[in-house]
Every structure is written in structure tokens, then in C-alpha cells.
Design a protein around this ligand. Structure first.
Ligand SMILES: NC(=O)c1ccc[n+]([C@@H]2O[C@H](COP(=O)([O-])OP(=O)(O)OC[C@H]3O[C@@H](n4cnc5c(N)ncnc54)[C@H](OP(=O)(O)O)[C@@H]3O)[C@@H](O)[C@H]2O)c1
Length: 430
């Protein structure tokens, strides 16, 4: 067997410690598949005294993670610090500059700086791998880029954030409100102390931007992703969704439409019979549609030490074997500048929930506004009677353009009889 592949790991948190454990526990099987042992020889983190549950004796310790790139005994650099800027970005550039393959689990870094990093890696002839950056343990990058390479992909969609999926699942199962469930998720370690990146949809948008670049062969375009999170989802909407045969999921969806790409992350009403509607708790899933393969779905754990280390290890094994695909599936010169479609062009059906004063004429006022914008209503649901008080009124529309829906909703919200900001959730039937 050839000499071991010497790996430097920057960041010894959940994923870094998990990777060291995996490479030790599965050393034999990894060596067999890689054709040589894969050994961590150098590490960096902030606090040298912290117990990380893995033995670090004998490893070279660096205070400055960027210095790992210049260690002559290091073959591959693994960046597991996180964040799109700061030491993670500096280390990524330094590793490529030093001619060392870079493996990262950092979706923020790849979504924001992926184009320039990929161009640098390509120019230097150095692999840049980030399987763990999207959907944790699900090998979705490899599946899209290599397994589906012969297809024209029309759509890629998924549950890309386990924290949001856990919160929405728990709200449905227990009939509880968002804030309560978020608090509990933080106590259980399923949500960060500052959960905004997850619950506001940014983390899912980072992952969707990466998937879209690979699926459609265009430079990664994080800024073009329309992003909404789950803060405004209420127990009432989840109960109505159940009644109407839907599940509410935070989906990331990228698809080709009219010569452009639409990429959006927002809560969706998904028909409960679809397989993705049944992906619950912290699980992630990705659905891809190709012209020859048809539709397929991959499901698994999108985060956690084990699943994420599993994806990083797969990248290391590829590097040890000398296998590498172009970062976005095709070389930079072959990528196309497909335009991004604005959200106002979106066409789809909508769920609207209004809190309206229970009195005669209210429904007529609302439907008159919808008619003005050519929004046709498929069904309407009103629960409870409470003359003079606010009651929920739910409307499901036929396919409508987003710009019309937005304008109609602004006028509806201004009616005296509408007492709360309307809730609008897009229906994603496919
Ligand atoms: N956690 C997951 O399930 C998961 C899943 C998929 C992808 N990811 C991605 O994987 C990456 C790591 O995530 P994580 O959950 O393992 O993070 P984490 O537990 O917060 O660990 C981050 C590590 O980076 C180290 N670090 C921070 N700043 C540093 C600096 N300036 N110099 C040296 N080391 C520094 C920290 O050192 P100290 O320990 O000394 O503070 C810590 O060991 C992120 O990009 C994340 O998005 C994570």
C-alpha cells in the first residue's frame, strides 16, 4: 500500500472531532477504499485545553489555521471552522495557493466565494471538494454532479435545513407554537443559540445556491436566491394545512423556467401524499428531476458529527484515489450565465389565511380585490362563527403570478375588516 495521505484538520468542533473519530474507527475500511491509509497529522482550533472526546496527542497543533496550508508534511487541508469570511476563507485560498487539495463542509464559504475558489482551484489543478456542505450525510453533490451527469436537470428541490424541519414537524405533531418549539430545540441542541441563519432560511439558501450551480452548470449565485424563513408559521396554519391535506415544509427549490433559473427558499404547502412531505424531524431530502432519469429522491441526516464526517471522509477517499470531477461538473469555461428569474415572475397556487371580522360583506370585499388582479379562488374555508370578532378565513387560489398576488394582498391587508397581516404560503404541488 502507498504512503498514508497526510491530512490537516482546521476546526475541531462537532464535525472536526467527528472526522478524526471516523478516520480512526474505520481506518481499515477507509485505507482499503482509498488505496492508502488516511491519517490526520496536524490540527488547529482556538482552545488547546478543551476536551473534544478524541485523542490529539502526537498531532501537530497550530494556533493559526492558515499556517496548516504551508506545513510541508500536509497533503490535504480540511476546513471545518465555518463562516464565509475570516480564517475559513483565508485558509481556503492559502491551501489552493500552496497546491493542496481543499475539503470543506462550509456551505457559507462555497455559496458566497465558490466561484472564485473554484476558478483558483481549477487554475492550480487542485481538487476542491465540499460534499458535506449540502445535506450533511446525503451524497447529493456526487449524485447530481456525477451520477446524473448525463441528464438535463430541470428541477432540484429539497428539505435542506434539519433545524427548520424539526421545528415544523414538532409543531405539527404536538400542536405547538413556533417560539415554544424553537426554545425546546435549542435546549436539545437541534438549534443554535443564535438560530437566525437556520430559521430565516439563509443556511438552506446557501445550500440551494450550491445545488443550483451544479444542477444547471452556472456560477454559484447566492444573491439571486429568494429567501424566506419559518418565523411566521403558526400552529393555526399547520392545523389548516393538515385539514386541507398538506404539510408545511421549508423547501429550497431551483428550476429552469423560460430560459432562466428560479431559486427560492420559503415555507411551502406540500401535498401530504408526496414522499418529501413525509420527511420529518431533523432529516433532509433532495429531489432531482432529469430528462432521462426522471425523478429521484435522496433522504438522510443532514447534520451531526457522524453524517457530516461521513461526507468529508468520502471526499478524502476520492482525493487519495486521485479521483476528481470539475467543481461544478463542467470546467469554468463551460459554465453558462443563465439569468436568474425574479420572484415576481413565480407562477403557482397560494394558501392565504386572513383574520377577518365576522360580519356581512367581508368575503365579497376580499373576492372583489382578488378578481381585480385575476386571482381565481379554488376553495375557501371559514371556521367558527363569532359575530363582530376576528375569525380565520382561508383561501386556496388557482395558479397565479406572484406579482398579482403581492399587489392583491397589499390591498386586502389594508381593508378595515382584516385585522392582522395576512399569511401567504405558496403551494408546491410537484
Ligand atoms: N455541525 C454540523 O452538523 C454540520 C453539518 C454540515 C456542515 N457543517 C459545517 O461544518 C463546519 C464546522 O461546523 P461545526 O458544527 O463542527 O462547528 P463548531 O462545532 O462550532 O466548530 C468550529 C471549530 O472551529 C474552531 N475555530 C473557530 N475559529 C477558529 C480560529 N480562528 N482558528 C482556529 N480554529 C477556529 C473552533 O475552535 P474551538 O473548539 O477551540 O472553539 C471549533 O473547533 C461549518 O462550516 C458548518 O457549517 C456542520
Amino acid at each position: 500500500m502507498s504512503r498514508p495521505l497526510s491530512v490537516a484538520v482546521a476546526g475541531l468542533g462537532t464535525v472536526g472531532a467527528g472526522l478524526i473519530k471516523l478516520l480512526r474507527d474505520n481506518a481499515e475500511i477507509v485505507a482499503a477504499r482509498a488505496g492508502r491509509p488516511i491519517t490526520v497529522t496536524a490540527v488547529s482550533a482556538r482552545d488547546r485545553t478543551r476536551d473534544r472526546g478524541v485523542e490529539l496527542g502526537g498531532l501537530r497543533w497550530y494556533e493559526d489555521p492558515v499556517a496548516l496550508a504551508d506545513d510541508p508534511a500536509v497533503d490535504v487541508v480540511v476546513e471545518l471552522i465555518g463562516g464565509s469570511e475570516g480564517p475559513a476563507k483565508a485558509l481556503a485560498h492559502a491551501a489552493i495557493k500552496a497546491g493542496k487539495p481543499l475539503v470543506t463542509a462550509n456551505k457559507a464559504l462555497i455559496a458566497v466565494h465558490g466561484t472564485e475558489l473554484a476558478a483558483e482551484a481549477e487554475a492550480a489543478g487542485v481538487p476542491l471538494a465540499f460534499e458535506a456542505a449540502v445535506a450533511g450525510g446525503i451524497p447529493v453533490i456526487k449524485a447530481l454532479r456525477e451520477g446524473l451527469a448525463g441528464n438535463n436537470i430541470s428541477r432540484v428541490a429539497g428539505i435542506l435545513n434539519g433545524t427548520c424541519n424539526y421545528i415544523l414537524t414538532t409543531m405539527r405533531e404536538r400542536g405547538r407554537e413556533f417560539a415554544e418549539v424553537l426554545h425546546e430545540a435549542q435546549k436539545l441542541g437541534y438549534a443554535e443559540a443564535d438560530p437566525s441563519f437556520d430559521i430565516d432560511g439563509v443556511d438552506a439558501a446557501h445550500k440551494l445556491a450550491i445545488l443550483a450551480a451544479i444542477a444547471f452548470g452556472r456560477p454559484v449565485a447566492f444573491d439571486a436566491v429568494h429567501v424566506e424563513g419559518i418565523r411566521r408559521i403558526s400552529a393555526l396554519d399547520i392545523a389548516f394545512a393538515n385539514e386541507l391535506g398538506y404539510r408545511i415544509k421549508l423547501l429550497g427549490i431551483a428550476r429552469r423556467i423560460n430560459g432562466g433559473i428560479s431559486a427560492r427558499v420559503h415555507p411551502c404547502m406540500v401535498p401530504e401524499k408526496l414522499p418529501i412531505a413525509r420527511v420529518d424531524g431533523v432529516f433532509n431530502a433532495v429531489v432531482a428531476e432529469g430528462d432521462f432519469v426522471g425523478r429521484l429522491m435522496l433522504e438522510g441526516r443532514g447534520a451531526g458529527a457522524g453524517p457530516t464526517a461521513s461526507a468529508v471522509a468520502a471526499d478524502l477517499i476520492d482525493i487519495a484515489r486521485g479521483r476528481s470531477a470539475p467543481v461544478w461538473g463542467a470546467s469554468s469555461g463551460a459554465l453558462t450565465q443563465i439569468p436568474s428569474m425574479p420572484m415576481s415572475e413565480h407562477l403557482g397556487a397560494y394558501y392565504l389565511r386572513l383574520m377577518v371580522v365576522d360580519r356581512a360583506g367581508v368575503i365579497a370585499d376580499i373576492t372583489a380585490i382578488l378578481r381585480d388582479y385575476n386571482v381565481s379562488v379554488e376553495s375557501m374555508l371559514q371556521r367558527g362563527r363569532s359575530p363582530g370578532e376576528a375569525v380565520p378565513l382561508v383561501l386556496i387560489t388557482h395558479e397565479t403570478r406572484e406579482s398579482a398576488m403581492t399587489e392583491a394582498l397589499a390591498r386586502i391587508a389594508a381593508l378595515n375588516s382584516v385585522v392582522e397581516q395576512p399569511t401567504m404560503i405558496r403551494i408546491e404541488a410537484a
